[in-house]
Design a protein around this ligand. Sequence first.
Ligand SMILES: NC(=O)c1ccc[n+]([C@@H]2O[C@H](COP(=O)([O-])OP(=O)(O)OC[C@H]3O[C@@H](n4cnc5c(N)ncnc54)[C@H](OP(=O)(O)O)[C@@H]3O)[C@@H](O)[C@H]2O)c1
Length: 320
Amino acid sequence: MMKAVEVLGTKANPEVTLNPAVPKPSPKNGEILIKVHAAGLTGDEITWWELWEHPIRIPGHDISGQVAALGPEYKGDLKVGDDVFSMIHGWRGLGQAEYAIVESAEVARKPQSLSHAQASALPIPLLTAWEAVFERAQVQRGWRVLVTGASGAVGVIVVQMASRLAGAEVVALASEQHHDSLRRLGASRVVDYNTPNWEDTIRGVDVVIDTVGSPVLGKTWKTVKSNGHIITVGQPPAAWEYGKGRPEELDDFPNVKWLFFVVTPKAETLDKVARLVDDGTIQPIAVEVFPLEKVVQAHKYASIRNRRGKVVIEFVPEKK
Ligand SMILES: NC(=O)c1ccc[n+]([C@@H]2O[C@H](COP(=O)([O-])OP(=O)(O)OC[C@H]3O[C@@H](n4cnc5c(N)ncnc54)[C@H](OP(=O)(O)O)[C@@H]3O)[C@@H](O)[C@H]2O)c1
């Protein structure tokens, strides 16, 4: 048996608990069993619909830990004892537990320069940012890119990838306290979302990468070029997300392309970006670490705005 975070209650009224005795999984086929050292939390993850489809609701997609066992048909190059980090697919989860199952497409060697706590904050932000910047938007050198929620976990990575790797001119939307750090991460311009009508001060954007959702997303239509592109992963979703129709803004901006996507785990991307973290090209995300006994407080803190960093639950305390 093992300890795991479990969400009881209802979707409207979720109740986070620590279950002291959940069956420990064992790897089948090509699966990999991870001894979880730390798990990163996304603020609103206990409201994601996938969690509520499971009979035992153990949240968790972002983990860092050690390979504990390999399934009988595993053919990759990981060995028991390797330090790895992983994004477990959106519809599986079950990562906030002492042991978790991952598939080989979801896991890579963790950045060596980071602790497990730091590494566990990264998989979803890295994969989401990479998919948005390079695969969906295909940002080109010299493009102007507006990043909303730029101080958030996904936002700080998008800012770095778009500016440092793609060579774009990045406009970062965030509250003033984050402006200096965003400039250091590569933003050419910072705009405070608390400034009334901020959207009227930004023009000529090739691509918006939105991590906030409504109402910020709706305001970004004014900022893009007439043939620009709006890409969003934010919550709460606009009415048109999840394939539910057409944005009404198209009446005024008919040639703007628009897209909502849900990130998919990719071992190859995790591996590539882990090396960029180790060589200092991509700075890690600040983390706020909670011990296992404080899972309730951890989830509560993860859901508030203006946090100090991404919340991480530590299952194995890091040796100092
Ligand atoms: N679709 C996907 O595949 C996917 C993947 C990853 C994440 N997501 C979603 O993307 C969102 C961001 O994730 P995250 O981990 O980066 O979250 P996060 O670390 O909590 O960051 C959220 C950011 O949004 C800003 N923000 C929140 N409300 C705002 C508002 N009304 N106006 C302006 N800025 C606002 C916050 O700024 P302050 O700190 O100043 O409040 C913060 O910078 C979440 O909803 C998450 O579920 C989706």
